[in-house]
Write a new protein. Structure first.
Length: 540
């Protein structure tokens, strides 16, 4: 069988074996690596329909996989004004004012990436952005993805005029008189505002998702663990796949929210394994808490404002029961757990599930922003994947602990931020990702952040917890071999070897050897998924 793809003039870098003594590879039409060798031997395998590419010394790694991202919802949330570059209230006001001038009369103002640090010691409230937001329906998504700041007119359009009760740990933040401040915590509180705003058409959403996924492929990504899978977004992904326009291999995890009854859990179990050529439903996403920045994380001791004292599930025992049910059904889980109490409870739930039904189901914890030593050790003991986003530490905290996240936690807990090194050394399987749109998705930036732990806006600033950095080789493993293990694909993905998927990322330089501060600027030369080229630089 003639190869579909032949790459020549390459430096092949396997995360386990290191630099391979070959300069070329071939991939079959069904998308797996069929041969490694020198240029002459591999070129001889090519037929008239084979795509033959001379990489001229570029470095080929297994395809980089983002261990945690939100492609469909992110494509929608990022369609407005990007505030992520604003570092102060004046800059936010100026950006909002300029965007407002561009709006048609009556149109909604959408923005995303708002950093709560811009408010300093002031409350995060719509009043801080007056008069810019007065008289315009505006929805500003905070960077954590768990908080929204809505203008007075947006609240009015949504019918929000006071506090409400929810089945999950959500809140419409109100002042002492019971009037909404504009800050909405968690999805249940913010959903009415989004529902009141005009919605894009299905065609617009499909085109926007395709645009985002193409950009991800151009950044060197070949796959992602998508922590979302509602009926609508899954249909969009399926449509792109059927049309041959899906440039990433996606693993979807639908959500299980508090209040889910036996029928809802059974429906999630029945979804498992559904999919197409490049996507499949595999796993369930749950939440054990919110975020430190908005006071909804679950901590063993309150933060400096007396907040972050409760689980996202009003009854944590109900979460434990759901984990047990999913485990017995062979369904892997991924639980958002940021605070130390949340992470501990997830590990306790997995331990209970494993004790009741031993087996190889692969559970994971997402984020793990601050945990004590005894919790670190339990990841390896329980074989729970540690899914982490180092760029959150880089871009949303500061080495001197003057940022909102660190001030809320206090010195002791802020000093154990994003313990990638400790988890790695303890034997945990660490997987890296971006959590896009919370942080940028280019994988070279994620690899770099895991190594330098400095703010990407200003790399001259000191790192936050430099002792928690990974090496270049370790970071590469975390986005290849370890990502494959987390998905149960370690026998077919994450390596450069015959029989493994021809999911390949190609760079102008070795991502394990380039200085971490320079790594994000290394050009991507080629990306391939299943032997199909999804991105090719103009001069390759």
């Amino acid at each position: 069988m003639q190869p579909q793809l032949v790459l020549l003039g390459a430096r092949l870098l396997d995360p386990v074996r290191g630099r391979l003594p070959f300069s070329a590879l071939a991939a079959t039409p069904d998308g797996v690596i069929s041969a490694l060798g020198d240029d002459r031997a591999i070129r001889s395998l090519a037929g008239p329909d084979t795509t033959v590419i001379d990489l001229k010394g570029a470095v080929v790694t297994p395809g980089l996989v983002d261990g945690h991202l939100h492609p469909a919802s992110g494509a929608e949330l990022t369609r407005g004004l990007d505030l992520s570059g604003c570092t102060g209230l004046d800059a936010v006001r100026e950006a909002l004012a300029a965007q407002r001038r561009r709006l048609a009369p009556g149109a909604w103002l959408h923005a995303w990436g708002l950093d709560p640090n811009v408010f300093g010691d002031r409350p995060v409230a719509a009043a801080a952005l007056a008069p810019v937001l007065d008289g315009v329906p505006a929805v500003l998504q905070l960077f954590d993805g768990h908080s929204v700041l809505a203008s007075p007119l947006a609240l009015e359009r949504a019918g929000i005029d006071g506090p409400r009760s929810f089945d999950q740990a959500a809140e419409i933040v109100c002042d002492a008189e019971g009037r909404p401040t504009g800050l909405l915590l968690e999805d249940a509180a913010s959903e009415p505002v989004f529902a009141a705003a005009p919605q894009p058409t299905r065609a617009e959403r499909r085109d926007r998702l395709a645009e985002v996924l193409r950009a991800m492929a151009a950044a060197g990504l070949t796959g992602g663990h998508a922590m979302e899978a509602d009926e609508d977004s899954t249909a969009l992904i399926a449509a792109l796949d059927e049309a041959g326009e899906l440039p990433l291999r996606l693993r979807l995890a639908p959500w299980c929210q508090p209040g889910a009854d036996a029928d809802a859990v059974r429906a999630l179990i029945e979804l498992q394994g559904s999919g197409g050529a490049l996507w499949r439903t595999a796993g369930v996403k749950l939440f054990m808490d919110g975020t430190v920045d908005n006071g909804t994380a679950w901590l063993e001791r309150p933060d400096c404002h007396g907040e972050s004292t409760h689980a996202f599930w009003p009854d944590p025992a109900a979460y434990t029961e759901v984990i047990g049910t999913l485990h017995r059904a062979g369904v892997p889980t991924a639980t958002h757990a940021i605070g130390d109490a949340a992470v501990r409870h997830v590990l306790d739930a997995v331990a209970k599930a494993r004790a009741g039904a031993p087996g190889g189901v692969r559970h994971r914890v997402e984020h793990i922003e601050t945990v004590p030593d005894d919790t670190v050790r339990r990841f390896a003991e329980l074989d729970v994947v540690a899914s982490m986003q180092p760029t959150h530490c880089c871009d949303f905290t500061r080495a001197d602990h003057t940022d909102n996240w660190s001030r809320r936690l206090g010195e002791e807990r802020a000093a154990r931020a994003w313990r990638c090194r400790d988890l790695w050394d303890a034997g945990a399987r660490v997987v890296l990702g971006s959590d896009w749109p919370i942080a940028p998705y280019p994988p070279l930036g994620v690899l770099a952040g895991a190594r330098h732990r400095r703010p990407s806006r200003d790399l001259t600033l000191p790192p936050h917890g430099p002792g928690q950095a990974l090496t270049g080789a370790e970071a590469l493993r975390a986005m290849t071999v370890n990502a494959a293990h987390a998905a149960g694909d370690e026998r077919v993905a994450g390596r450069i070897a015959p029989g493994f998927r021809a999911d390949l990322s190609v760079f102008a330089a070795d991502p394990t050897e380039v200085d971490a501060l320079e790594l994000p600027d290394v050009p991507v030369r080629l990306t391939a998924v299943g032997g199909r080229v999804t991105f090719r630089a103009a001069d390759v």
